[in-house]
Design a protein around this ligand. Structure first.
Ligand SMILES: [Zn+2]
Length: 340
């Protein structure tokens, strides 16, 4: 057992080394980015079937690395790292890639939160079709070790990402979407009169009463607007007044709305434009959940065409002609509109 552990550690060191030196895993230089390839395929193909011509970010992945010098002599020279249940990050990685490539200033902005090196390396690996490495980059660089299960089987390391995509992806975006709301209790003797409520994700719930206007915009407004509720500090009978909620670091380039609490009948209409804290955002994509298979996929648009990405299909990026059936909405992704 000890040797296996030692072995896994060696793999980790090698991998981190490899991830920090992209040249070692370098592939052939390409003239077009993956995004440009997809865009060209969507716009130029005149036939009915406009699926992208090669698999993009397939589910799972096997990464083979050379065992380092420290490896024990009886172990083989090459080690495999197998990835399982990667759909909890795949859809969002696809969306992140499209968002970063489509908006010139976003990579720099997102880099302020996730690190400039991470963003550059991420784009480089996606454009090199190096999909397993992209996933490992996310796992090692961004995810908390508690968020995935890994085990060593013989000479292979297996990383299992089974779980929830909001846990595995959205929670690892640092303070990109952080918002803060202050509150003050009307009771002078309240044990915690002034409070600051910080949230790193945007989890909106359907309004209790059906509003006259758009449900999603109303729910977003409710998340940001001031409110007065009964104070829930022990022994306090005051009223707690909440201020406007604001983004801690200004309006982020994109937001992910967690829609897990919504029932499909309340989602018949999804707005293209959304006002968030006085800034305009427009719909870029969504992630979808198949309850029976516990599987996530994603939809996004390029030049007005909607695409459906599902890492488990053989044609895993296809044009979406009608809303996908039997899939629940897991999240909505909006990007900040330019000030034009
Ligand atoms: Zn109170």
């Amino acid at each position: 057992m000890e040797s296996k552990l030692c072995y896994a550690l060696t793999c980790t060191e090698d991998l981190e080394h490899l991830l920090s030196n992209p040249e070692e895993g370098a592939q052939i230089e390409r003239t077009k980015t993956l995004f440009e390839e997809i865009r060209a395929s969507v716009n130029n193909n005149e036939e009915q079937d406009r699926s992208f011509w090669r698999p993009v970010l397939p589910w799972g992945g096997v990464y083979t690395i050379r065992a380092g010098r420290k490896a024990i002599s009886c172990t083989p020279l090459y080690v495999k790292i197998s990835l399982k249940n990667t759909c909890t990050i795949d859809g969002f990685l696809m969306l992140l890639y499209v968002i970063l490539r489509e908006n010139e200033t976003f990579p720099r902005e997102v880099g302020l939160f996730l690190g400039k090196d991470f963003v550059e390396h991420f784009l480089y690996l996606m454009d090199s079709y190096d999909y397993t490495t992209v996933k490992l980059l996310w796992i090692w660089d961004r995810m908390s070790k508690r968020q995935y299960r890994s085990e060593v089987n013989r000479a292979a390391l297996e990383i299992d990402l089974f779980g929830n995509e909001h846990e595995n992806f959205t929670k690892n975006l640092e303070n990109l979407m952080s918002t803060v709301q202050e509150s003050l209790c009307t009771n002078c003797n309240c044990p915690a009169r002034f409070q600051e409520l910080l949230q790193r994700t945007i989890n909106i719930s359907p309004p209790r009463e059906l509003p006259h206007r758009d449900l999603i915009q109303s729910a977003v407004d409710e998340f940001f607007c001031p409110k007065v509720v009964l104070c829930n500090e022990a022994g306090c009978d005051g009223l707690r007044e909440f201020s406007h909620r604001v983004f801690c670091h200004g309006p982020p380039p994109f937001v992910i709305l967690n829609m897990q609490m919504w029932r499909s009948e309340n989602l018949a209409y999804v707005p293209y434009h959304l006002a968030l804290c006085d800034h305009r955002y427009s719909l870029e994509g969504a992630t979808l959940f198949n309850k029976e298979e516990h599987h996530y996929s994603a939809a996004f648009q390029i030049d007005g065409y909607w695409m459906h990405y599902d890492g488990l299909r053989s044609d895993n990026l296809v044009l979406l002609n009608k809303p996908p059936e039997l899939l629940l909405l897991s999240s909505l992704v909006y990007i900040r509109c330019s000030d034009k």
